[in-house]
Design a protein around this ligand. Structure first.
Ligand code: 2NL
Length: 344
């Protein structure tokens, strides 16, 4: 019995020495044969040696040899897997396949559209300005010639913080602030957030983006307004886009005009068009010659200087351009929506 025990210990030791030397499946097979071969293996040898023991000792001896055998089998199976896995991986990996592309992130569609607009005006020599989102009644309404009881001043439309403090309802106060500080020539645009008291629906949100522009200098006429806006719209869409000017009214411009472009989807040819409703035209900009009273309010002499201004909704125009049916999609942060605008 003692002899058997020391044999098992010696075999175990030689197995443990041999195991880390195995480098490939051939080496593994050799080791397996050396220990587990039915006839000549070390295990067969041990079972042979057991035969000489008395019947009282046999069960314990059998247990010891079996435990050793299981141990050897386990270790060999383990090593077999280790040797096989990398080989299998190599066999199934198709090195000619293109790599998996990674998503790099992209500008939000509103930001992207805003940057396209900015670039067109930068190319025409405009500068980009900005200003506060919390404004006073004076900059948001008074300086812009809104009469005291104009409906826009109603707190039905405007989000008031205090009596004289409100969230700007348009970006125009920035132009007033710029005209107060810098004297003509002024050639600027100012994009930014504006706020209105609205219940969210497919075309309204209490916060959205606008971009406004202002040019003030000696001798600025409606022809400059028309040429600039036509150039801008042709750059934003394409040279052949139809453009029309319609008379309109704003408290801060006189005369005023709204600008429409021909529907880029149906061009007025299909009656119920999902973009223009079959009208054929889309209202895209408001504009006009700066009212002389507004110039006086910022101490610019309207006898010497004149100017034109315009404004447009960024969200609204992006919705139309990308055919997005609901403004709320822009702000839900659903990546399935956002990633459609990624520049791959
Ligand atoms: C629209 C129309 C407009 C202006 C904005 C403006 C600003 C100053 C003086 C005169 Cl300081 N005008 N801005 C002028 C005409 C139209 O916006 O539909 N916006 C979304």
């Amino acid at each position: 019995m003692e002899e058997l025990k020391s044999k098992i210990a010696a075999y175990r030791k030689s197995f443990e020495e041999a195991l880390p030397q195995v480098e490939d499946s051939q080496g593994l097979q050799n080791l397996r044969n050396r220990f587990l071969s039915r006839k000549k293996g070390q295990m067969a040898h041990l079972f042979e040696a057991m035969k000489v023991l008395g019947s009282a000792e046999k069960p314990q001896a059998g247990q010891m040899i079996n435990a050793f055998k299981l141990y050897v089998q386990d270790k060999l199976d383990e090593l077999k897997q280790e040797l096989e896995v990398p080989a299998a991986k190599h066999d199934t990996m198709d090195l000619t396949l293109p790599g998996r592309s990674r998503y790099w992130g992209s500008p939000h569609p509103i930001l992207h559209f805003k940057q396209r607009i900015e670039q067109i005006f930068l190319n025409m020599g405009f500068v980009i300005e900005g200003g506060p989102e919390v404004e006073t009644d004076y900059y948001n309404f008074e300086a812009l010639n809104f009469p005291p009881h104009h409906p826009a001043r109603d707190d039905w439309d405007t989000l008031y913080i205090k009596d004289d403090l409100l969230l700007r309802t348009h970006t125009s106060p920035v132009q007033i602030r710029v005209m107060e500080k810098k004297k003509p020539p002024i050639k600027m645009i100012n994009p930014g957030k504006v706020f209105r008291k609205e219940t969210p629906d497919p075309t309204h949100l209490p916060m959205f983006f606008q971009v406004e522009g202002l040019v003030v200098d000696r001798g600025i006429t409606f022809a400059h307004l028309k040429g600039t806006l036509e150039y801008f719209l042709k750059a934003l869409y394409h040279d052949k886009i139809a453009i029309r000017f319609r008379p309109s009214f704003f408290p801060f411009t006189e005369p005023s005009a709204e600008v429409d472009i021909g529907c880029t989807v149906c061009n007025g040819k299909t009656k119920p068009c999902r973009v223009c409703g079959g009208v054929g035209w889309i209202e895209i900009l408001g504009s006009g010659m700066v009212d002389p009273q507004v110039l006086k309010n910022v101490n610019i002499d309207p006898e010497k200087y004149s100017g034109f201004a315009f404004g447009m909704g960024i969200d609204r125009t992006a919705m139309f351009s990308y055919e997005i049916p609901d403004i709320r999609y822009f702000y839900e942060n659903d990546l399935r929506f956002i990633r459609q605008f990624s520049r791959k």
